[in-house]
Ligand binder design. Structure first.
Ligand code: BDR
Ligand code: CA
Length: 311
């Protein structure tokens, strides 16, 4: 199985990303680190612990990382994910404590201790990942790649051209994309193709497990906020696509392209500038997802939630 670490800010779709990693036998989840993003760090950490406990994966080490972006103040997404960061379902479950070690240090230890190169999957702002690469460059050769949900080849969701994870910490994203570590970018241009339709929500409920019901309730809440905030008929489920990309890369179509992060910009700080048609002299620094097999993705996710839920 492929050894992975998930760095996340749960978050409704981060929760699905964790469940996909726990439930698919092709991955070995070495650890989970949390970052401030969708909600404050204490909340995203607690949410990660709750989801792992519900999935019978309380033994996976969890550590809290950075509580704010590298530069500037944290702006959470309570309008999308609610006051808890995971509003909707009943998540009442006894949880383990997070480890006392800092999330960046947990990542370092897990990567240093792994016999095989580790794939880092990031589904929140890239603050922890940037600090890892800057603070511990010795781990770089031991990373297979970084797969992150963030950015877009098109428009944004937090500002007209900025996607939430990148807008929250543009400097961190810039560090990661300039690091030389192979990167795969899963942006809104593909995540907006995988929608939790009423049929998908019914399928989750039809699993007839507590975890299936939690997923159905998470997506029902998410559907409500996406309808209210964006006027979408169904919500996109961004983050698990980054996990699916590691399990079965054939689900995605990618192109190697230069990706720059707008760090200034009068209206566009945090935008990902993707040169899909070689209009600049820049060398490609990421495999950018441009297409997705939506049915295959949902089959993967449904099977993993079934398995993690003991169904
Ligand atoms: C990203 O932002 C967060 O709200 C989601 O969890 C996802 O990682 C989508 O822009
Ligand atoms: Ca996220």
């Amino acid at each position: 199985a492929v050894p992975v670490i998930i760095d996340c800010d749960p978050g409704h779709d981060d929760a699905l990303a964790l469940l996909l990693a726990v439930g698919d036998p092709r991955l070995r989840l070495l650890g989970v680190t949390t970052v401030a993003g969708n909600q404050t760090l204490d909340k995203t950490t607690r949410n990660a612990l709750r989801i792992l406990a519900l999935a019978g994966a309380a033994d996976v080490p969890v550590a809290a990382g950075c509580d704010r972006p590298l530069v500037g103040d944290l702006v959470v997404a309570a309008d999308i994910h609610g006051a808890s960061g995971l509003d909707g379902p009943d998540l009442d479950v006894p949880v383990a404590e997070a480890g006392r070690v800092h999330g960046v240090e947990l990542m370092r230890r897990l990567i240093a201790g792994s016999a095989e190169p580790v794939t880092l999957i990031a589904t929140g702002p890239l603050t922890n990942v940037a600090l890892l690469l800057r603070g511990h460059p010795e781990v770089v050769p031991r990373l297979r790649r970084i797969v992150f949900m963030g950015g877009s080849t098109e428009r944004g969701n937090t500002t007209p051209y900025g996607e939430f994870n990148i807008v929250t910490d543009p400097e961190a994203a810039d560090i990661v994309l300039r690091s030389g570590v192979p990167a795969t970018m899963i942006g809104l241009n593909v995540t907006h193709l995988a929608l939790a339709t009423d049929q998908i929500i019914a399928e989750f409920r039809g699993l007839d497990t507590r975890l299936g019901a939690v997923c159905a309730d998470l997506m029902t809440f998410f559907a409500g906020t996406y309808r209210r905030v964006f006027g979408f008929a169904h919500p996109p489920v961004h983050d698990p696509i980054a996990v699916a990309a590691v399990i079965d890369p054939s689900i995605l179509r990618t192109v190697a392209a230069p990706v720059a992060v707008e760090l200034t910009g009068t209206h566009t700080r945090g935008a990902t500038v993707v040169d899909l048609h070689s209009r600049t002299a820049a060398a490609p620094n990421a495999d950018v997802a441009v297409g997705i097999d939506v049915d295959a993705f949902w089959r993967l996710l449904m099977a993993a939630v079934r398995r993690a839920g003991g169904g």
